[in-house]
Design a protein around this ligand. Structure first.
Ligand code: NDP
Length: 231
């Protein structure tokens, strides 16, 4: 029984993979270039169904059945609606939402055979709050919630849970480009008054994947310092 984390070569995905590894659980990451030395990685661009299939085949040949899948790969391409072209919209959806569908679909095939599975989707606080300039990204992250809850209903009787983790502002490459003023403005809206660390997201993901969380499915778990309260 092993875990697969998409986009595990850096940021939140890397922290999740390290969390599994530190707990002694077999883990494989997907990457699109190079893999950190201490981890087992397989190449995969989640926009390509054939690469998703090959990545699972390669991972399972090495580690056995994958019964935990963390759909973490994602990116932003922010723009105000009237300036957002169709490609900007569809590319974000194709990676963040359709990519997660591709990965979950292949992962569930193995989970069904094992009568056990954990799907964890990395969404965002903006899924429910919305954010100016992020219509594409917020739509993709909100879509993950609908997908996870549908899968929770579809697969619950087969011992498979599907949950969502919704991080707030987390210090990674994705948020490094924010101006100081914008980062401060976001922090002002966070009750805990600071950005979060990838490890704080990772701990929640590993817990949702554990046996202790076996009666939790269809949940949206915030890791956002309180930023999403009330949404
Ligand atoms: P990073 O930009 O640090 O990492 C993104 C990861 O996704 C990289 O490994 C990247 O691979 C991978 N990725 C992007 N596109 C693809 C693709 N087409 N196929 C495969 N892998 C891909 O971001 P974070 O670690 O911050 O984000 C991780 C997840 O958490 C994302 O889904 C993001 O939306 C979400 N999130 C992040 C928040 C934050 O504040 N940081 C807040 C809320 C949610 P590569 O290295 O090859 O580019």
């Amino acid at each position: 029984m092993a875990a697969l984390v998409t986009g595990g070569n850096r940021g939140i995905g890397l922290a999740i993979a390290r969390e599994f590894q530190a707990a002694g659980e077999p883990v494989v990451i997907t990457h699109r270039g190079s893999c950190p030395d201490e981890l087992f990685g397989v190449a995969c661009d989640v926009t390509d169904p054939a690469q998703v299939e090959e990545a699972f085949d390669e991972a399972e040949a090495e580690l056995g059945p994958i019964t935990t899948v963390v759909c973490n790969a994602g990116f932003t391409d922010d723009q105000l609606l009237l300036r957002m072209d169709e490609t900007q919209f569809t590319r974000v959806l194709d990676t963040n939402l359709t990519g997660a569908y591709r990965v979950a679909k292949r992962g569930v095939r193995s989970m069904l055979r094992q009568h056990r599975g954990r799907l964890v989707f990395i969404s965002s606080v903006v899924a429910l709050r919305g954010e100016a300039g992020q219509a594409n990204y917020a739509a993709s992250k909100a879509g993950l919630i609908g997908m996870a809850r549908s899968l929770a209903r579809e697969l619950g009787s087969r011992g498979i849970t599907a949950n969502v983790v919704a991080p707030g502002l987390i210090s990674t490459d994705m948020t490094e480009g924010l101006s100081d003023a914008r980062a401060q403005q976001i922090r002002d809206g966070i009750p805990l008054g600071r950005s979060g660390e990838p490890a704080e997201v990772a701990a929640t993901v590993r817990w949702l994947a554990s046996d202790e969380a076996g009666y939790i499915t269809g949940a949206v778990v915030p890791v956002d310092g309180g930023a999403g309260m009330g949404y």
